[in-house]
Ligand binder design. Structure first.
Ligand code: MN
Length: 358
């Protein structure tokens, strides 16, 4: 297991590499160039500068997240071939600098979605990300974009890049009537094009699940469940075509048995990395993010870590979103303190499981 931490770059993160390096057991980061628009090539110079900075802090940079897929690829419209060529160039460029895993998603229009980024948890006064479908219904897609931007404390949010959101109305229209099968066909077209390059460069693609794990605003979503994940693994049968097993995203649907999904996909070699976070269900399609500790939410972290330990012991991990605690301010979900606590807790579970299994 390699414990890592998401980092947005010096200009865009309230957390420093030095702070990340001081978290016990931290080996590297999951990186991100947050200023890149979906479809743009990540250049050599940009990647080199980022990776060099991470290495200089004594950390590895083997996983890169949010290399976003252009909407034209998801919609399957003609400019997609140009955007796929760009994506391939980015894969090759990242591989040159030691990147082994690329995390991406195939969610139409919206990346992850919440109705409140700073919801107070009544028990302890901390805040966390919150979702209530009833609130969302009243808001509509344009309102939720405005609210998310207003709640983000001035930080960019991955998947909510302003240039994407500016086109929102237009994009939503273009998706009208698209089925899950149609979206899967476009996904396969993308995978068929990039997988030979991934195999050649030794880069693993890890698809992040939809968050929350059900369709929104009538848009198709196809990365929600065990059956979905297995179907994606089969769209292009290659060990480089894997999933980013995000426990919080899949866990938003209580029907998803996460430890069992990890065991199946892990044993098949189809988990490229893990995002570990806990969820507290508050009703139908209503939840908030909890601390990592099992007893504060509804996911069993012991069983999750044990499944990973047994099925994919060499996988990259990171603590996913944390709450805001101890008066920290920063990008919602991505403060230092609660994620550092999460990393330490996961490390503790891992050590116990590992020693007891010997
Ligand atoms: Mn995640």
């Amino acid at each position: 297991m390699k414990m890592t931490f998401r980092w947005f770059g010096t200009k865009s993160d309230s957390v420093t590499l030095k702070q990340i390096r001081q978290i016990p057991g931290m080996t590297g980061i999951m990186g991100f160039l947050d200023y890149k628009a979906a479809g743009d090539v990540w250049s050599d110079e940009e990647i080199r500068a980022y990776v060099d900075e991470v290495h200089a802090a004594g950390l590895e940079c083997e996983v890169i997240e949010s290399v976003n897929v252009h909407e034209d690829i998801k919609m399957g419209v003609p400019p997609r071939d140009e955007y796929i060529r760009n994506y391939i160039t980015t894969i090759r460029n990242l591989a040159k600098y030691g990147v082994k895993v690329i995390v991406y998603n195939f969610m139409p229009v919206f990346d992850w979605l919440r109705t409140d980024l700073n919801r107070v948890i009544p028990e302890d006064g901390s805040t966390s990300l919150y979702f209530d479908e009833a609130e969302l219904g009243a808001m509509g897609p344009l309102d939720i974009v405005r609210k998310t931007a207003a709640d983000s404390r001035g930080f960019s949010l991955p998947g909510w890049e302003p240039e994407r959101m500016a086109e929102l109305e237009n994009t939503l229209e273009q998706y009208e009537g698209m089925t899950g099968d149609h979206l899967r066909k476009n996904f396969k077209y993308f995978l068929d094009a990039i997988m030979p390059v991934c195999e050649e460069c030794g880069v693993t693609m890890a698809c992040h699940p939809d968050d929350p794990a059900w369709p929104l605003f009538g848009l198709p979503r196809i990365v929600n469940s065990r059956a979905d994940l297995e179907q994606i693994a089969l769209l292009h049968d290659s060990p480089k075509n894997t999933l980013c097993l995000c426990t919080g995203s899949l866990g938003s649907n209580p029907d998803n048995d996460i430890p069992s999904i990890i065991r199946t996909l892990g044993a098949a070699g189809r988990i490229g990395c893990l995002h570990i976070r806990n969820i507290k269900h508050l009703g139908h399609h209503r939840f908030r993010e909890a601390s990592h500790l099992s007893s504060t939410g509804d996911l069993d972290m012991f069983e999750i870590v044990r499944a990973a330990h047994d099925a994919c012991p060499d996988v990259y991990f990171r603590p996913d979103h944390g709450r805001m605690i101890w008066d920290e301010t920063g990008r919602p979900g991505y403060g230092l303190y609660d994620r550092a606590l999460g990393a330490t807790y996961i490390n503790g579970l891992w050590e116990a499981i590992d020693k007891l299994s010997r």
